[in-house]
Write a protein that binds this ligand. Structure first.
Ligand SMILES: NC(=O)c1ccc[n+]([C@@H]2O[C@H](COP(=O)([O-])OP(=O)(O)OC[C@H]3O[C@@H](n4cnc5c(N)ncnc54)[C@H](O)[C@@H]3O)[C@@H](O)[C@H]2O)c1
Length: 351
């Protein structure tokens, strides 16, 4: 049986990916410190799967940190002893707030970079050499390009982005040091939003959200008074920033596609954009949300934020051709599914 270790699997993208993996017959072990997530997310993944006992037996959850060498070794050893050797790792665990990373870069280097060093070290010791890493489109940095290709220059503009870039580079060096062994996929996500249609799993930020969609949800839900829009003077068609919003289920499916691709290929390293290829301004995102959900979102335009860029849209042709993957969900579905999650869980998993 194919056994995947999912780091950070209780988080937003991780929980949706765990659902996809379980549905596709994988056995999974999750390690999560729950620093930015709840144990309920994976309980709810099992609820979506109708409490089917087969699935209960196919998931094992470890509460702990990826910097804990002993725990990681224990997970690999336990799996081996139970004849369920871990074949690959999907590595979501990481801190992701741009603003927090600007205030506290050491925390980000320590958690994201040192955490990944520890993880890959333990993987090597345990002869597991396939990893899918959660990278980010934020590493493309400041340019005026309409769409970003994987080969475009990288220039992260904040410490969070720098940790992602450094990890990609680090994984490249691991790959080149031993060409016969490692299979690596760096997946650069654009802007994952939305939630599973069941409204049982979704994005449940701890504290004030950093990303736009949970902020819109909280304004719509009356938790926040208004939506702050950072800058109305960006060089874009309506002056607000343009992003490539992608449904979180499409992102989750992208991991399945990458896993299948790596398992069927020779050792290699690939770097892939996961986006829809469509740019949407903040104002257009708000308008779509308002239209499909019939809710008014009060806006407040404020100054630009440090570390932001005008436009970040994926050229996703490589993902389509190499992974045979297609984003399926429209912006309207992202807004409907995301709001349905919020409406059913006003305080996220704390309800
Ligand atoms: N959501 C996005 O917009 C986005 C965009 C690009 C890249 N990413 C990256 O994708 C990954 C997943 O993002 P997400 O939105 O699901 O975030 P998330 O915060 O919901 O999930 C991350 C998970 O990792 C856990 N975690 C963090 N540090 C850990 C550690 N040291 N040991 C064990 N567990 C730890 C958290 O508790 C959380 O469950 C992150 O690495 C993030 O940087 C996210």
């Amino acid at each position: 049986m194919n056994h995947i270790l999912v780091t950070g699997g209780a988080g937003f993208i991780g929980s949706h990916t765990c659902l996809v993996l379980l549905k596709n017959g994988y056995f999974i072990s999750v390690i999560d410190s729950f620093i930015n997530s709840s144990k309920k997310s994976l309980e709810n993944v099992l609820k979506i799967l109708k409490k089917n006992h087969i699935f209960h037996e196919k998931i094992k959850i470890y509460e702990g940190d990826i910097r804990d060498t002993e725990l990681l070794n224990k997970i690999f050893k336990y799996s081996r002893e139970n004849k369920l050797e871990i074949s690959s790792v999907i590595h979501f665990a990481g801190l992701k707030s741009v603003s927090e990373s600007i205030q506290n870069p050491i925390k980000y280097w320590e958690n994201n970079v040192a955490g990944t060093l520890n993880l890959t070290n333990v993987m090597e010791e345990n002869n597991c050499k396939t990893i899918i890493f959660s990278s980010s489109a934020t590493i493309y940095g400041l340019t005026n390009k309409t769409k970003f290709k994987e080969t475009d220059p990288i220039s992260p503009v904040n410490p969070y982005g720098t940790t992602k870039f450094v990890i990609e580079k680090f994984l490249e060096t691991i790959y080149s040091s031993n060409l016969e062994n490692w299979r690596i996929a760096n997946l650069r996500y654009f802007n994952p939003i939305g939630a599973h249609k069941s409204a049982l799993i979704g994005e449940s930020p701890i504290g004030l959200p950093n990303n736009i969609f949970p902020l819109i949800n909280q304004v719509a839900g009356g938790i926040l008074k208004e939506l702050k829009i950072y800058g109305k003077d960006w060089p874009t068609y309506d002056g607000t920033g343009i992003r490539d919003y992608i449904h979180v289920m499409d992102v989750a499916e992208g991991h399945l596609a990458a896993l299948k691709f790596l398992s069927n290929s020779k050792p290699k390293i690939i770097t892939i954009n996961l986006g829809t290829g469509k740019g949407t301004s903040v104002l257009d995102l708000v308008k779509t949300f308002e239209k499909v959900n019939k809710i008014k979102i009060p806006l407040n335009f404020v100054d630009r934020r440090e570390g932001d860029v005008a436009r970040l849209v994926a050229d996703n042709s490589l993902a389509k051709s190499l992974l045979n993957w297609q984003p399926k969900m429209k912006l309207s579905e992202m807004c409907l599914d995301g709001w349905r999650w919020q409406l059913n869980n006003m305080n996220g998993y704390n309800d």
